[in-house]
Design a protein around this ligand. Structure first.
Ligand code: GLN
Length: 500
């Protein structure tokens, strides 16, 4: 048996769960430890709000349930935290925007409620890009977040605080959301594991909307096993989300170790056809990322998988398509922030229109304003057909390209991001920033599940993630593949040297 990690923060979620079940630790001990570590690492900018009292009360309640022999299940008592895009009753929710400074929701997002019902202890709310718009966490109105591997670097975004909190082992797991890569990209840049489920798998109810046809919730943790544990609780139909799917939820945890037909313990991926899209390995990907990704593909082969060449010919088009559709939906979704019902209202104004104008000018940051303007433009009379309608048609073709690829493979593998984490403040051109989303946008536009798995290190000793994309509702297959990879590699167990 491998030696148990020495400190509580080194334990994965599954290990914490096992220790709780065996009576080797308590939820209060785990929660106190997490709160101390969060307090000791505020320089990372992971949290926007810490709820020490609420977390300790929830932990004590969990310990009492366990003592009475009535623990809810494997997640009962484990401390985690939520991206500040999920509304939480009794705690502030800001979406990292000044617009929602001081806002408190009267209800919990469905995902938050599901995790609460599983007994999870919520220690607080995590930093992110404002309204989840961004890929560096630099669009947070409150503070940047720092990559624990090198604090002069970005952690990625928009779920940057979630990635930092897990990579720095402040908590074992966190929730995130992914509209165009916001779970997968920060997971890749901080060396953790994250899965964006199929669109419709997790409820969007109570997730502050960015682009409703793309937004999905998902877990971020150190291992595929931990992601499976969380996704189990987060999935399922919700009548309060019109696009929630009536789809059976498989046993994600059992699927981790269920051998594929014909596979063996030594070759657990025997029979798995891994599609390698040539468009994901072309120019624009840095050599260090290419090398790590290729090595990960070779590792999948060693585990029994067969590599198959596939093509996703509209990969490049996913950038203009996404950056038309997402702002279009955002401009509509964000019209509700007008100073009347939610959050900020300008202090002085002459009439109603002036109030709207000043409220929105003061409340939104520059990237959010840019997207609202682009969105309003592409939806406006005379431009709708040229931009929005055209983008919708291409979106369908991008989804069709994936279906053609899945005729000859079971999962698709490639890089998550074209390079390792860049330096904070080093990107001032928004379009150049958008280009870095090239490998995460296609699966988002198609509504497919995608995952990032730690796959080595590149330039500056910074983490590289392997992306796995599955067909609709195939999260269990992705988690199984990632778990097999993690049984054979130790990238996911590496931790930043400066962070004991
Ligand atoms: N980086 C992408 C964007 O800025 C994706 C964001 C997301 O998935 N929320 O829109």
């Amino acid at each position: 048996m491998s030696a148990l990690p020495s400190a509580l923060h080194d334990l994965t979620l599954a290990q914490q769960s096992a220790q709780l079940a065996a009576g080797q630790t308590t939820s209060v001990a785990l929660t106190r430890h997490a709160l101390d570590r969060i307090a000791a690492h505020t320089e990372l900018g992971a949290f926007l709000h810490v709820d020490a009292d609420g977390a300790l009360a929830a932990a004590a309640a969990s310990d009492a349930r366990r003592a009475a022999g009535a623990a809810f299940g494997p997640l009962d008592g484990v401390p985690i935290a939520h991206k500040d895009i999920f509304v939480t009753q009794g705690l502030p929710t800001t979406a990292a925007s000044k617009m929602l400074k001081g806002y408190q929701s009267p209800f919990d997002a469905t995902v938050v409620a599901q995790l609460k019902a599983a007994g999870v202890v919520n220690v607080g709310k995590l930093n992110c890009d404002e309204f989840a718009m961004g890929g560096a966490n630099e669009n947070s109105a409150y503070s940047p977040a720092r990559n624990p591997w090198d604090t002069t670097r970005i952690p990625g975004g928009s779920s940057g605080g979630s990635a930092v909190a897990v990579a720095a082992r402040l908590v074992a797991a966190a929730t995130g959301t992914d509209t165009g890569g916001s779970i997968r990209q920060p997971a890749a840049l901080t060396g953790i594991t994250g899965i964006k489920p199929t669109y419709g798998r997790c409820s969007r109810y109570g997730m502050i909307a960015f682009a409703s046809s793309l937004d999905q919730a998902g877990p971020m943790a150190r291992t595929a096993e931990d992601c499976a544990l969380l996704l189990q609780a987060m999935s399922g139909f919700d009548e309060r989300d019109a696009t929630s799917a009536q789809q059976p939820v498989p046993d994600f945890v059992a699927a981790l170790n269920t051998l594929r037909p014909g596979a063996t313990a030594e070759q657990p991926l025997s029979g798995l056809r891994v599609g390698v899209p040539k468009e994901f390995f072309g120019e624009g990907v840095s050599p260090d990322v290419l090398a790590a990704t290729r090595a990960a593909l070779a590792q999948l082969e060693q585990l029994g998988a067969t590599l198959v060449d596939v093509s996703l010919p509209r990969t490049e088009l996913s950038i203009p398509v996404y950056y038309i559709i997402a702002p279009a939906e955002a401009s509509s979704n964000l019209s509700r922030f007008d100073g009347v019902k939610f959050g900020h209202r300008a202090a002085k104004y002459s009439d109603l229109n002036d109030m709207y104008r000043k409220t929105r000018a003061e409340g939104f940051g520059p990237e959010v304003k840019r997207r609202i303007m682009i969105g309003a433009y592409v939806l406006s009379h005379g431009y709708y057909d040229a931009y929005y309608l055209q983008a919708q048609k291409l979106r369908r073709m991008i989804a069709d390209d994936f279906q053609a690829a899945f005729q000859v493979c079971d999962v698709i593998a490639g890089p998550v991001a074209p390079s390792v984490a860049r330096t904070l403040g080093s990107q001032t051109d928004p379009v150049a920033e958008y280009l870095a989303d090239i490998f995460t946008l296609p699966a988002s536009l198609a509504g497919l599940p995608g995952m990032s798995v730690p796959a080595g290190f590149g330039e500056g000793g910074l983490p590289v993630g392997l992306q796995l994309i599955g067909n609709y509702w195939q999260e269990a297959g992705l988690l199984h593949t990632a778990h097999a990879f993690q049984q054979a590699t130790d990238w996911h167990t590496r931790t930043p040297a400066t962070l004991a």
